[in-house]
Design a protein around this ligand. Structure first.
Ligand SMILES: [Zn+2]
Length: 198
């Protein structure tokens, strides 16, 4: 008994499926359903059948259109986001320009340590002084050291300057400065510069 493999074919006239022996492939036979002659060929895979194919194409086009629309929308949203980000960056930069980050301690870089400034009112006297300590962080003597102090009122507005001078500051030495303040509105003060004779 010869084992023949049956293949699944499809009538080219009526489209009905039928089985045929593998060795008959390519021959012409009458369709068992419609009786018309049809070539014995393997049925095409369903996805290449034209009705499905057309549907697939339509759906693909629809999907592309939808995705395309979505993509366009995404591009527009992205552009909008970029503009927004640019605007925010600009705003941040403006804010940064108005409030620059504090620079690295310039006094420490120059080898000085500065204490906070105290506004000292001498009792029984109308004199006001801005006092604080400046330490020489280096192991060399510093000459002609000048401290410049900014004077601020209760609202934090600058109302004046004060200065003090020390002819020499020993290596690792400390100087208690005492700058005369004329303006009576002064509430707080801060050291803004320390200069020394070169
Ligand atoms: Zn047929």
């Amino acid at each position: 008994m010869t084992m023949t493999k049956d293949l699944r074919g499809e009538c080219q006239q009526c489209g009905c499926p039928f089985n045929f022996p593998a060795e008959s492939t390519g021959l012409t036979a009458d369709c068992p359903h419609c009786g018309q002659p049809t070539e014995l060929l393997l049925a095409l895979p369903p996805e290449t059948k034209s009705p499905v194919n057309t549907k697939t194409i339509i759906y693909t086009v629809l999907i592309i259109l939808i995705l395309g629309g979505g993509f366009l929308g995404a591009v527009l949203a992205l552009k909008r986001a970029e503009r927004l980000t640019a605007r925010q960056r600009e705003a941040t930069m403006k804010a940064a320009a108005q409030n620059p980050p504090p620079p690295a301690d310039p006094f420490a870089q120059a080898g000085f340590n500065v204490s906070p400034v105290t506004i000292e009112k001498t009792q029984g006297d109308s004199l006001v002084h801005a006092t604080g300590k400046i330490r020489n962080l280096t192991n060399r003597q510093r000459f002609g050291v000048r401290v410049e102090i900014e004077l601020l009122d209760a609202a934090g507005n600058k109302v004046g300057d004060a200065k003090d001078y020390q002819a020499a500051l020993e290596p690792a030495g400390e100087w208690q400065f005492r700058a005369l303040v004329v303006d009576k509105r002064v509430v707080t003060a801060k050291v803004v510069a320390i200069k020394e004779a070169q």
